[in-house]
Design a protein around this ligand. Structure first.
Ligand code: UP6
Length: 273
């Protein structure tokens, strides 16, 4: 798959969420996902408004945000605003929930509680640790959402030092994504390089965090690689960037640098779109 264009893949990908994302990437010429890891909703909205045109995907951690207790439904208001921005600027929303429980529990966590993730996030993710029941549980909720398609990423490997993913764990995670019944829901993986694709017609979108303009780290185990390494050399599709953009003094300018470098790395890999 890493040799094919996003445009080609947008017509053949097995999930509706994946086709839509690949189409956005191709149209907007961006494989940049913004990880909006800020805790103040009134800082998030203007920044997403500013950066919307640069991104194919917005990644959230809804549970790190402090919502004002005064408003009647601050979470609903906030997620509705994100959905509106997503429509306006043509990007998708990925709640980085990292589900990790048995199927029955994750169903409730995905559908309900205070965040009602399934109602507003196009994509979410899950650890493979609990086994295939976690995928089937989430999928059953996703199938009941009307309107836009829902998709899942499995964490096959993490960016942090000493993580237990990759290797044999990644192989088992890939096997789970190939299992009967989950087709149409598993969009791809969080991983550090291309995954799968040996099987004819198979296509998993790989999204990769731990991306910086230079190689480095953050003192708590995060490891940064460059867009050229991640997309060009290792065949990943989407670069996920948090602090590299949100903590910069000029987020718009630096987002454009990330977008450009990741897009060029992609074009270098597949030839010009
Ligand atoms: N993230 C990783 N590594 C993983 C999985 N997820 O960093 O293996 C997430 C973090 C954070 C973002 O939870 O939201 O990606 C990376 O942020 P950063 O660019 O500021 O390091």
């Amino acid at each position: 798959t890493s040799q094919k264009t996003y445009h080609t893949r947008s017509t053949t990908h097995k999930t509706a969420a994946g086709r839509k994302l690949l189409q956005i990437m191709s149209e907007k010429r961006t494989n940049l996902c913004l990880s909006i890891d800020l805790t103040n909703p009134s800082e998030i909205i203007p920044l997403v408004t500013l950066l919307g045109p640069k991104i194919c995907l917005l990644k959230t951690h809804i549970d790190i945000i402090s919502f004002p207790p005064s408003e009647p439904n601050p979470i609903g208001t906030f997620t509705a605003k994100l959905q509106e921005l997503a429509r306006q600027h043509n990007f998708m929303i990925f709640e980085d929930r990292k589900f990790a429980d048995i199927g029955n529990t994750v169903q409730e966590q995905y559908r309900g509680g205070v965040y009602k993730i399934a109602s507003w996030a196009h994509i979410t993710n899950a650890h493979a640790v609990p086994g295939p029941g976690i995928i089937r549980g989430l999928q059953a909720v996703a199938e009941r959402v009307v309107g836009e398609p829902r998709g899942l990423l499995l964490l096959a490997e993490m960016s942090s030092k000493g993580n237990l993913g990759g290797g044999e764990y990644l192989k088992q995670t890939l096997a789970m994504a190939r299992e009967e019944g989950v087709e149409g829901f598993v969009v791809g993986f969080i991983a550090m390089s291309e995954v799968g694709g040996e099987v004819e017609g198979e296509d998993f979108i790989v999204m990769t965090p731990g991306v910086g303009l230079e190689v480095g780290g953050d003192g708590l185990g995060q490891q940064y690689r460059t867009p050229e390494e991640v997309v060009g050399r290792d065949g990943c599709d989407v670069v996920i960037v948090g602090r590299g953009i949100v903590k910069d003094e000029d987020p718009l300018a630096v987002a454009e640098v990330y977008r450009e470098r990741a897009w060029r790395a992609y074009e270098g890999r597949v030839g010009k779109e």
